[in-house]
Design a protein around this ligand. Structure first.
Ligand SMILES: Nc1ncnc2c1ncn2[C@@H]1O[C@H](COP(=O)(O)OP(=O)(O)OP(=O)(O)O)[C@@H](O)[C@H]1O
Ligand SMILES: [Mg+2]
Length: 392
């Protein structure tokens, strides 16, 4: 068996933040495995390191298997994207390499091309390391490696296995989080009680002194002592609270973001007709795309448009938002339309994520932050410029 092994590798693009540190993992020429992880966590970078295109800043890579690397395709046009992807895949399967490294291979494929790819993969005798979010594809693989916080976490099974293991992990994190929160509440109560007791003692001391049972000086020294012990106690408790806060912060950073929900806006146009296409025909240079096409879109509907590469999915969206004119028929829209195109050029690369959301969604900064968080950009991350983000 031949293989590629990464041993304690570190990598960074800017000499400051390590994308990986001391990461170890190996791949052989038999297994078909996945690399998954959040957008921008470094999957492509890791694949390029496995391929030998990038060299780690520390650690060792040993390679006894030959590899073929198929890059991630960011295509602006679905048709050419699908064709390019299919061609790249054909080249990969014909390469004769022992391990294929495929970056998001199914992203641009239509249904027919997907079936062909799944078949080719099933019949592929060598190893495959596949970066993907595609659940159906992940379901076919032997092992899932998750790249998280610069480390590899191994899940020795397919997508179902992975999801089950993740759920168990998340449940454990959640119960620890709840425990830490309870502990914090208890400590907080202890601090309050200690404060009250100290105040009570002080008041009692002064009252006793006033009654002449103790001298004023004694009362003052009592007050000093009680303040001293109270301060000591409070310091100890405060330290414990800080510890618990750190524990909770650490747990929270490992927990999924799906607890943060976009507040559901009150939609004034729910169930109203928002788009109407009537008898629409359209073609590019005599190549007919639509003929006598009619449909309506109502508020609250979520519609998925499917079809083979190049059949006109993007064209339909462009017609609806008025970027293209139909040759025949009418298209009416009621209300404001936001169009997020495939190459994301609607986003201003020089502006932050939050500013882009404010522009597109026409909302307040606070809401834009909530929306950004829902997409995994929390805190400072949402002030990053769009231009520096990875494609995903
Ligand atoms: N050439 C580069 N110079 C500087 N930073 C880079 C470069 N290439 C990638 N990065 C940054 O490194 C991080 C990881 O990028 P990478 O493309 O490896 O992530 P990814 O997990 O493949 O993302 P996606 O899910 O979008 O494909 C990102 O923050 C990205 O902005
Ligand atoms: Mg990538």
């Amino acid at each position: 068996m031949t293989s590629i092994s990464l041993y304690k590798i570190s990598f960074n693009y800017n000499n400051i933040d390590d994308l990986f540190s001391e990461l170890s993992v190996s791949f052989d020429n038999r297994s078909h495995v996945a690399i998954v992880g959040d957008n921008g966590c470094g999957k492509t970078t890791l694949l390029k390191t496995i391929a030998g295109i990038l060299s780690p800043s520390a650690g060792r890579v040993s390679r006894s298997a030959s590899v073929y690397y198929m890059p991630q395709i960011h295509d602006t046009d679905a048709h050419s994207g699908g064709e390019r992807q299919s061609n790249e895949l054909r080249r990969a399967f014909n390469s004769g390499a022992e391990i294929l490294l495929l970056d998001e291979p199914t992203n641009n494929l239509d249904a027919t091309a997907r079936i062909k790819f799944f078949n080719d993969l099933k019949n592929w005798y060598g190893g495959a390391v596949i970066v993907s979010h595609d659940r159906e594809l992940l379901q076919q693989l032997d092992c899932i490696y998750e790249l998280r916080n610069g480390q590899i976490h191994t899940y020795g099974g397919n997508y179902d296995f992975y999801m089950h293991a993740k759920q168990t992990e998340q449940d454990a994190l959640e119960s620890k989080y709840v425990d830490a929160t309870k502990q914090l509440k208890r400590l907080n109560t202890t601090v309050q009680i200690a404060q009250q007791t100290a105040q009570h003692k002080e008041a009692k001391g002064l009252k006793d002194a006033a009654k002449g049972r103790r001298t004023r000086i004694h009362a003052k020294s009592l007050k000093g002592k009680s303040q001293e012990t109270e301060a000591k106690k409070r310091k100890i408790i405060q330290e414990k609270m800080n510890q618990q806060l750190d524990v909770r912060q650490n747990l929270s950073s490992q927990m999924r973001d799906d607890k943060i929900k976009i507040p559901v806006p009150i939609i004034p146009f729910a169930h109203r007709e928002l788009v109407r296409c009537e008898g629409v025909s359209f073609g590019y240079n005599h190549k007919e795309i639509f003929y006598d096409f009619s449909m309506s879109v109502f508020g609250g509907q979520r519609i998925r448009i499917t079809g083979r590469n190049g059949c006109g999915k993007t064209t339909l969206l462009k017609l609806i938002c008025g970027n293209l004119e139909p040759d025949q028929g009418i298209i009416k829209t009621f209300g404001k339309i936001a169009y997020l195109n495939q190459d994301l050029s609607v986003l201003d690369k020089n502006k932050s994520i939050v500013d882009n959301i404010m522009d597109i969604a026409v909302c307040l900064k606070h809401d834009a932050h909530v929306i950004a968080a829902n997409f995994g950009f929390r805190g400072d991350a949402s002030n990053k410029q769009v231009g520096i983000l990875s494609g995903g």
